[in-house]
Structure formats: C-alpha cells, structure tokens
Design a protein around this ligand. Structure first.
Ligand code: SF4
Length: 191
C-alpha cells in the first residue's frame, strides 16, 4: 500500500511541476483565498487518488475518526473543505488533495472537433480573460499543458481496480480509507 501511495504521490509531483510551468508562461492563477471550485456538489473522484490521504490519516491515527465523519455525513460538498480556513485556499488537506483537485483549473481536454480546451473556472475565464484567451490560442498552436484524460490514464496504470469507477468525492475518500484500513487489518505491518 505504501508503494502504491508513493507511485500516486510521484504522479502528483510530476503534475504539479507541469501546472507550475503552465501558470508560469500563461500567468493564469487562482484568486487568493478562493476555493469556490471546491463547493461544487458533484465533484467525482477515484479511490486511488485519495489513497495517499487515507494512508496519511492511518499514520496520524485519524483514519477511524474520518471514516465515522464520512459515514455520518450526507453532504455532497467535499468534507475536506474548510470554509473558515484563512490563507491561499480552503482545502484543509491541500498536500493530500486528489487528482481531480489538481487538474481542475489547469488542464486540457480534447473537444469533439479534436481541439484542446483549457478546463478552468468562470472566475479565471472572466477575470483573467486576456491571459486565458492567449493561453487557449497557444494550445491551438501546439503548446502543451497537462491533459486530464492523460493523467487519469497514468493513474489507471498504477492500479486498475481502484480507478475503474468514479464516485462522489466524499464516497471516494471513504472508500480509500476503508481500503487502507482493510489492508492493514490483515497485516501486522506497523505504520
Ligand atoms: S480535497 Fe481539497 S481541493 Fe479537493 S475538493 Fe476537497 S477541499 Fe477542494
């Protein structure tokens, strides 16, 4: 499980570097303290992308508490979100956020005409319109940014079973914690 989590974390590290490069040449950036995209009620994720978070909770001896919180909650908005948190954003576990959290805002998809489109929020599209349009044009003339489906393919390459389905984000987090707890329940590996 540690190895699997390490593979996911190194995929995240590669992606974060690509996103930083994209932000560097495009100038696109999140508004300080924003977090609006995290309030979307229909965010979906795979189990695997939250295995590093689940393992972190296990090491911190907080996995069972989080599992209880997730089981009791019927919230559709991510439970990791902390709306009262100050600072750059509202994610209370930013280091352990999922793949979808990293990709949204700074990745591309291919539309039905075969053209690359930047996947980002209305705030960036409207308040950074010039930079957004210039970045979109750069994409059409061959510049590359992270591809959403490409990164999910890479994630799938790490573990097919834990990526074959997407779940509402809180359920994906819950299943990741259950997967980690179950794994260690049958092993006397001490974390
Ligand atoms: S894990 Fe963090 S970044 Fe992802 S949706 Fe939840 S609060 Fe937002």
């Amino acid at each position: 499980m540690e190895e699997k989590a390490a593979e996911v974390s190194s995929l995240f590290t590669r992606l974060d570097a690509e996103i930083a490069a994209f932000q560097g040449w495009s100038g696109l950036h999140c508004q300080w303290g924003c977090g609006k995209c995290c309030f979307k009620p229909d965010i979906e994720a795979t189990i695997l992308e939250f295995i590093p978070f689940a393992l972190h909770l296990k090491k911190e001896k907080k996995a069972e508490d989080w599992l209880e919180r997730l089981k009791k909650s019927d919230a559709s908005v991510c439970l990791i979100l902390n709306p009262t948190q100050g600072g750059a954003g509202m994610c209370s576990q930013y280091q352990h956020r999922g793949l979808i959290c990293r990709l949204f805002g700074y990745s591309a998809r291919t539309n039905k005409y075969g053209q690359k489109e930047i996947i980002t929020c209305q705030i960036i599209k409207t308040e950074q319109e010039t930079s957004f349009m210039e970045a979109q044009q750069s994409l059409n003339s061959g510049r590359t940014i992270p591809g959403m489906s490409d990164y999910y393919m890479q994630l799938r390459g790490i573990d097919f079973e834990l990526t074959k389905e997407v779940y509402p984000i809180n359920l994906a987090i819950r299943k990741a914690i259950e997967t980690v707890l179950q794994y260690y329940a049958y092993r006397d590996e001490v974390l």
